[in-house]
Design a protein around this ligand. Sequence first.
Ligand code: HEC
Ligand code: HEC
Length: 287
Amino acid sequence: MARKPTEEKNIPTTGHEWDGIKEYDNPMPRWWVWVFYATIIWGIGYTIAYPAWPISKSGATPGLLHWSTRGDVAAEIQKFTDMNADLNAKLASADLTALDDDAALKNYAVQYGRATFATFCSQCHGSGAAGAKGYPNLLDNDWLWGGDIETIRTTVTHGIRSAADEETRIGDMPAWGDMLEEEELANVIEYVVSLAGGEHDAAMAEAGKEVFADNCAACHGDDATGDRDLGAPNLTDAIWLYGGDRDSITETIKGGRAGVMPNWNAKLSASQIAAVTAYVHQLGGGE
Ligand code: HEC
Ligand code: HEC
């Protein structure tokens, strides 16, 4: 069917006309107009009910429903905190040496400990806990201060050479550069290199053995296997905290060393410390 030309519909125009093209003044469809008003009313209602108008740098109108995405997250976190409250209380006061008897608690501790380690410990000890120069590997059974679970808890709780905690672990590796003669230094360095099987001058090492007995054995032991009460490392196992090449050993002996770890009781809860301890203990080197 042919459509009628629009002129015959007798529709009023707005009076606008460009190059003979006129603008018709058609009314908006009813349904459209009602939807339009409805959205305005809905919009006003929304800004009253929900957070909307920024009124200052610090915030916006809170809305009558007092809902916020931040509140949602807080509620979610609170839900899990409540769910784990009993486990955390149990863990904080648990005798960790008996943790193996409680499979559920141990499982929780290790999972929680893994997350805690990733957040607070991995910067220094590495995400896989393998350590780096000056930061001990926590995967092996070579321990400076001891690897049974309660000893690890003490280390983590009070830190190492941490000025903020009176009960922190203390042990000095003095700088020998000015305290020994050049020759004594050269000899004792040779002796330390020889201890872990490095290539060395046998005569110098033999002389260095005496320097070691006089100056070093008090901390590192007569047989140089270390002393955990002082955090003095075993020098015979070829596992080096500060490097085992001659240059690194020379630097260590001449300049001294004093690795520092913060005391975690200032930052972590008792249950977090217990959890991260359980995690470290089961990594492979736990005693
Ligand atoms: C700021 C760096 C740093 C952070 C973070 C850190 N540590 Fe340490 N940690 C060290 C240093 C350095 C040592 C070695 C200190 C020394 O020379 O005796 C150490 C030693 C240890 C030891 C003793 C190892 C041994 O052989 O006896 C344990 C266990 C340990 N850290 C666990 C942790 C845990 C668990 C965390 C996280 C809660 C953590 N560390 C976070 C720096 C850090
Ligand atoms: C008063 C105790 C003490 C005496 C004495 C001492 N040391 Fe140490 N030594 C330590 C401690 C503690 C460390 C660990 C330092 C650290 O963890 O930061 C250490 C670390 C070392 C290391 C680093 C080991 C590694 O794994 O990188 C070497 C090497 C070493 N000492 C050699 C010597 C020699 C040689 C002498 C004697 C000339 C000596 N020490 C005397 C306490 C002592």
